[in-house]
Design a binder for this molecule. Structure first.
Ligand code: GLN
Ligand code: ZN
Length: 772
């Protein structure tokens, strides 16, 4: 390989682009179709227009090979399920009657048929629909969508590269279908799946694809030797086919590790690697295999998951090193641009001095093009861009927003003592018992009460200026009145104010903290037609004034029972925001933690004796590779403790998490040193209570007895049965009674009935305990 020719050929590419359109046109068209307001053809043509628009935008920016097939009406993993014909039996009839409606039925379910399960796409906030496979699964190729979209792009005169979820990742993301034994391993179906992929690849080649990209992000996770063998086998098999296009195997989100030598040896034509956070590891591993002789290397140097401008000089240096390691080096964003908003130029409210630090999909595309040009023609060819980039980076690193001396001094002064409660749990528990005087099996809720239409109207009225702040707060207080009196009448022991003032558990705090930015149009797809607008942790974080104290204090003024203060924890604040890339995550977490610590302390000073700090994202932010987990858990648990350790022993700290698998983080849960944890448990029948117990968890816990994801009202008997099951794992002195999660998505009627039953159940089981 010669460095010079590798450089001269350098091109820019991306693996996927935001699907929604500049004004979320796709969401609107799909939802209108669901409501029956527009026919299928109108939806199809709206979607086709959006695709054309994206391709043209990419091509105009200088992307020479546009991605196709990354578009989706709902989710690209579900599209792959359709492509390989793995439609679950319960959906087959609907799909054969009307493929589009059947598709949406798989995604969303119908009155009678359950949808596919949804889960997070690696460590992003995008959710995919989990394929359901079993020993009887028969795969059949359906290349319709892929071929049609390729042809659309080719018809525009563009050169295009179809993007598919790779066969190994597809199987590794699948789970056993409902009737199939839980130990069934979908990867055993590989030999059945490969001919189907081969057929699709052949169809794409026949339709004019020179290259096809197969995404294998599952290979950046810790893989067993059997998984790696499967990957080797898959690409040996697909690579050996004669009627195939050139194959590019793409990895992203982390280093390829043990999978790198496997893919480097495979008879495929190109590899795409992530050179953002994983740059050093991937570079070492590439050098260790002696480079990719005879292959095209796509270098993902522009971070596809954050919203910051690239350091062009640094990327060029990385690219320069790579030139010696492959026959051809192309430049790309590290992963699909699906995970970032579309275009910073739509932001009108962000200070232009700050906006220049931000890059969304459109700006990231431009960066890859610039880098490819710099690589091909030398830095002189991009001298203007490099100078502007240097100035933008300097403006960011010299800004008072990113370097607030007061915050810096305070974070640097944090000591280990600041992250520890003054007494060990056992002593605190005694102090809290006498201070709070709660009954056995105390009842509580997780924080939010139904977000009613009136509340949403009040917020809209405030935004539109139809009411003023005083009028808005009046409505919030009225809601708190209602929530408190309902809880008193129902006999709940530890009350909440109901969170009526919060639009979202992260955004509400982000809006009140200095250093956070909000966007107007920074929508990213969470799942299907649900888009979120994550706030941006842009600068050093501080809290100008208390954020929640007056609402909690107001609620407390209405009742003699304890009212629980309610905050979102530092890890979850990070997980559901765009984070800084100019300092370690742990440093950002520490700043947020200190701001929350002030809030916790102010709540206590205002008379609050029970304070809950929610960390639903603690588990989901766990790094993809086990080797990186201890470091993460160490800063994450420390940040939580820093937030919560400033209080007196008699003040009870609660935390809350809501995902089903806690088994691998029980130690971390313990390290939070919270006094009480509430967890989702109703669906798994108290499984987490047993997991906690088997790890010797010694604190108080409230495994949920009311599944809040369903409008169904659990009977008092059912809740009591769950409590009895809970008591087998957790002794009565340490067991709490609560729902799985907050009630904001529920209606009042079912909330009322369910909580009444929950209190009845607690009383009945208390009775049994005291009489037996
Ligand atoms: N306190 C929050 C609520 O009740 C917790 C939400 C969550 O765990 N996702 O809404
Ligand atoms: Zn929850």
């Amino acid at each position: 390989m010669t460095t010079k020719s590798a450089a001269a050929a350098a091109r820019a590419t991306v693996y996927g682009y935001p699907r929604q359109g500049p004004n979320r046109e796709l969401k609107r068209a799909i939802e209108a179709y669901w409501k029956g307001r527009v026919p299928a053809d109108a939806l199809r043509s709206a979607a086709a227009d959006l695709r054309v628009r994206s391709w043209r935008q990419l091509a105009d920016a200088g992307i020479t090979e546009v991605p196709t097939g990354d578009f989706s009406y709902y989710d690209h993993v579900l599209d792959t399920t359709v492509m390989v014909g793995a439609i679950p039996a319960r959906h087959r009839a609907a799909v054969s009657v009307d493929p589009l409606d059947g598709y949406f039925a798989m995604a969303r379910g119908t009155q009678d048929v359950a949808p596919l399960e949804m889960t997070k796409w690696f460590d992003t906030n995008y959710h995919y629909l989990v394929p359901e496979l079993g020993p009887d699964t028969v795969f059949t190729a359906d290349s319709t969508k892929q071929v049609a979209e390729l042809k659309e792009a080719l018809a525009l005169g563009l050169s295009a590269r179809p993007v598919l979820v790779g066969p190994v990742t597809y199987l590794l993301l699948a789970k056993p279908a409902p009737a199939v034994p839980a130990d069934f391993e979908p990867l055993t179906l590989l030999d059945r799946l490969l001919p189907v992929y081969a057929e699709v690849l052949a169809d794409l080649r026949a339709a004019g694809a020179e290259w096809v990209q197969l995404d294998e992000p599952a290979l950046v996770q810790d893989r067993t030797p059997a998984d790696l063998n499967a990957a080797a086998h898959a690409y040996r098999d697909l690579g050996a086919r004669t009627d195939r296009p050139k194959l590019l195997v793409a990895s992203y989100f982390d280093r390829l590790g043990e999978a790198l030598p496997v893919l480097a040896k495979a008879p495929v034509d190109g590899l795409a690697l992530d050179f953002t956070d994983a740059a050093a590891a991937n570079l070492d591993d590439l050098a260790a295999v002696g480079g990719l002789s005879g292959k095209r290397l796509i270098a993902g140097v522009v971070n596809g998951r954050n919203i910051w401008i690239n350091d062009l000089a640094k990327s060029l240096a990385t690219l320069g090193t790579l030139l010696g390691l492959a026959d051809r080096v192309d430049v790309a964003a590290s992963c699909s641009l699906l995970h970032v908003p579309l275009d910073t130029s739509a932001e009108r409210d962000i200070d232009p001095q700050i906006l220049r630090w931000l890059a969304f999909a459109r700006q990231k595309t431009a960066e890859t093009v610039t880098l490819a040009r710099g690589l091909a023609h030398g830095t002189d060819a991009i001298a203007g861009e490099l100078a502007a980039n240097r100035a933008d980076l300097a403006s960011r690193s010299n800004s008072p927003l990113t370097h607030d001396p007061a915050v810096r001094i305070r974070t640097a002064a944090v000591t280990d003592t600041d992250t520890r409660r003054s007494q060990p749990y056992a002593e605190r528990a005694t102090a809290q018992r006498s201070h709070l005087g709660l009954p056995l099996l105390p009842t509580t809720t997780i924080g939010s009460f139904p977000q009613t239409g009136e509340l949403r109207t009040a917020r809209a009225d405030l935004r539109a200026g139809r009411i003023d702040t005083a009028g808005y707060e009046e409505r919030i207080r009225a809601e708190i009145d209602e929530v408190v009196s309902f809880q008193e009448e129902t006999g709940i022991d530890v009350l909440v104010h109901g969170e009526p003032e919060r639009n979202d558990m992260v955004q509400y705090f982000a809006e009140q903290l200095t250093g956070y930015l909000a966007t107007q149009h920074g929508w990213v797809q969470s799942y299907g037609t649900r888009y979120v607008r994550p706030p941006i942790l842009a600068g050093d974080i501080s809290r100008p004034e208390p954020m929640t104290v007056r609402w909690t204090a107001y609620a407390q003024s209405l009742t003699s029972r304890p009212v629980k203060g309610m905050l979102t924890g530092p890890v979850t604040m990070l997980a559901w925001s765009f984070v800084r890339d100019d300092q370690p995550l742990g440093d950002t977490a520490r700043q947020v933690a200190l701001a929350l610590r002030d809030e916790v302390n102010d709540l206590e000073a205002g008379g609050t004796s029970v304070i809950q700090v929610d960390e639903p994202a603690l588990r989901e932010t766990l790094p993809l590779r086990a080797a990186d987990r201890p470091a993460y858990l160490s800063w994450a648990t420390e940040a939580f403790r820093l937030s919560t350790s400033g209080v007196r022993p008699g003040t009870q700290i609660h935390t809350h998490m809501c995902y089903a698998e806690f088994g691998d983080i029980v130690q971390a849960i313990d390290d939070l040193d919270a006094d009480v944890i509430s967890l989702e448990a109703a669906r798994s029948h108290m499984q987490v209570a047993r997991e906690l117990a088997s790890h010797g968890y010694a604190r108080e816990a409230g495994p949920g007895v009311y599944d809040i994801h369903s409008p169904r009202v659990p009977s008092a008997r059912e809740a009591a049965d769950l409590l009895r099951a809970g008591l087998k794992a957790i002794p009565a002195e340490r067991l709490w009674v609560n729902p799985d999660c907050g009630l904001k998505t529920r209606g009042w009627p079912e909330t009322r009935a369910s909580l009444e039953n929950l209190v009845t159940a607690a009383r009945a089981v208390r009775e049994e305990l005291t009489t037996s």
